[in-house]
Every structure is written in C-alpha cells, then in structure tokens.
Design a protein around this ligand. Structure first.
Ligand code: CO
Ligand code: CO
Length: 321
C-alpha cells in the first residue's frame, strides 16, 4: 500500500516496510533493538472480556514471531460511548489488561476515540538482540515447517455470526485465540538452526507460508493431513460456512498452489482461513524439528505439529499433498 511512497531509510533500521514483515525493528545499540507493532479490530466474539483477551493476544503475536520479547503497550480504543454501556468497555479493557499481565507486558498509556463500532487493540514495543531477529524469510531447502496452533478460527467466527457455532467449537476457538504465542516463541528462540518465523493471521496459513516461501526464494510441500485444525470446523467448511476473507485469500494465491489429487476441497479452504491470533509458523533445520515439536507439546502447545518441508523449486509455490 505504501510501496510507491518515498519511505525514510536509516542505517539502524533492521526491519522496515519492504518485506511484509510482522513488525518493525530498529537498532538502538549493538546489543539492543526495539520491535514495534500495532493491531486493533472489531469484536469477533460476543463476550467483551474475551474480546479484550483476544485482541491483546493478537497484537503481541508479531513481537513473538520475530523472536522478541514484548515489554510495554498502549491501548487503542474506539467506542460508541453514547450508544453502548460503559461497562462493556470496562470489560474489554479488563480482558486486555489481564492478558498483558499474563504476558508480562506493562500497559503504559493509550488513546480512545468515539466511534460507531467498538474496536480494540494495542501498539506494542518489544526488545530483541539485533543479531537474533527472526525474519519471515531465510527458510532453506530441507527445513521442516512447524505450526503451533490449530487453524479454523475464521470459520468459527463466521459460524458464530450465523448462529451456527456449537458451544464446543466456540470454546475451542476462544481457547486458541487467547493462547499467547510467548511460551512457544521462547522454546523456538532456545532452539538452534531456526531459519524463519511468522505468525498466521489474516492471510491464512497458505498466505503467510507463501510470504515465507517468496521471501526465502524457495518452494514448500505441505502435508494437509498433518495440519492441525479445530475439531468442529470441518462440517462447516464442507457446507460452505466460510468467511469472505477465506475466499479472497484462496483466489489471490490459487496460481501458486498445486493440490495433489485426492486432497479434499474443505481442507484447502481451512488452509486459507483467515486467523485471529493464530499460531507461529517456524522453518528450522530438519534435525531440530522433532525435538522442538516434543518440547512445544510438553509445554502445553498441544497442537504443535510438523506440517511440511521447504524444498528447492519454483520460488513462492506450495504443493499440497
Ligand atoms: Co504477523
Ligand atoms: Co499485525
């Protein structure tokens, strides 16, 4: 969007806007850089406290995806104060604050604006060693791909809006969207030979995986049956209860995707489902993949799975088998 604008460059800018990275990174000293990211959106669940938790989980995720540690945050709040009860706003902020507390992040301020529809999120500042920054490029042929959360939160939210989500699916989706990526990121940064990382959000698994493949100049093979997804979303996907964003994601990327015969269509839909506060996608050396997956599962990142591999081939393409 800003590609044709004359951007300001700086020798200390480690990550700017040219690579669709998760967050900006700026070197302060040889051993210290700051990471900055911002994210806010409209409610995707009915409960305001839960919405606050989800919005914070989502906003912090880009810092974790770069291998960093979030330190401080600013609230971004839009709220129709004339139309909606103040108690709702209080619950949103309380959910957000509890999640920041869980993440060890300090709320230092914020800004609110009167608006027709509630929106909430954070501007986050984190820290990282300049040499330890993980980009969404750098994946190498032979690497394995690990995904740390199940897919399907976009389909679940769509079903909720349509009054078609059963309580078990809603509970699973909320559990997924309120799980911080911090513990998974800590295990990742403690593992040698991690080559690239990103988090799965609005472009869906395939969109973010393709950004990684494009940036790394590699191809990928994804084993659809190995990709974790929320138990209740399959029948919804089969019935076409899917978000418009999923359809756009799939259409946008279809030329870069080669689907093996026998791979069901609903599974491809799930791979394109836009996620809120989705998991980390990690590319790392093959000999580290089993170990990290076991450590993630032992630490409670139950869905963590090896979902495919990086291969030499046409850059920015994925074969789904
Ligand atoms: Co991201
Ligand atoms: Co973001």
């Amino acid at each position: 969007m800003l590609k044709d604008l004359p951007l300001i460059t700086d020798p200390n800018l480690i990550v700017g806007m040219e690579h669709a990275e998760d967050a900006g990174v700026y070197r302060l000293r040889d051993d210290l850089a700051i990471i900055q990211t911002v994210d806010f959106f409209t409610p995707i669940v009915d409960d305001p406290y839960t919405f606050g938790q989800i919005a914070v989980t989502n906003a912090l995720s880009d810092v974790y995806a770069m291998g960093g540690r979030p330190l401080t945050a600013l609230n971004i709040v839009c709220f129709p104060i004339q139309k909606l009860d103040r108690a709702i706003l209080r619950e949103i902020l309380r959910g957000g604050l509890d999640q920041m507390r869980a993440a060890g992040v300090l709320l230092v301020g914020g800004h609110s604006v009167e608006d027709d529809e509630p929106k909430y999120g954070l501007a986050v500042t984190g820290v990282i060693h300049p040499d330890k920054v993980l980009f969404n490029r750098g994946a190498l042929p032979g690497d394995r791909l690990i995904l740390t959360k199940p897919l399907g939160t976009g389909i679940a939210a769509t079903a909720l809006k349509a009054g078609m989500a059963d309580p078990a699916l809603l509970a699973d989706a909320v559990a997924c969207m309120t799980t911080l990526n911090g513990p998974a990121a800590e295990l990742m940064t403690g593992t040698p030979d991690v080559h690239a990382c990103t988090d799965i959000t609005g472009f869906g698994f395939l969109g973010h995986a393709l950004e990684m493949a494009e940036g790394s100049g590699v191809a990928m093979t994804v084993r659809a049956a190995a990709v974790p997804f929320l138990a209740g979303v399959r029948p919804l996907a089969e019935q076409g209860i899917i978000p418009g964003g999923l359809i756009r994601n799939r259409k946008f990327r279809e030329k870069q995707i080669d689907v093996a015969p026998g791979c069901p269509d609903w599974q491809i839909d799930i791979l394109c489902d836009p996620q809120t506060a989705g998991g980390l996608l990690i590319a790392l050396a093959a000999d580290q993949a089993e170990g990290l997956t076991s450590r993630l599962r032992a630490a409670g990142v139950a869905a963590a799975a090896i979902v495919g591999e990086v291969v030499a081939g046409p850059a920015g393409t994925i074969r789904i088998v």
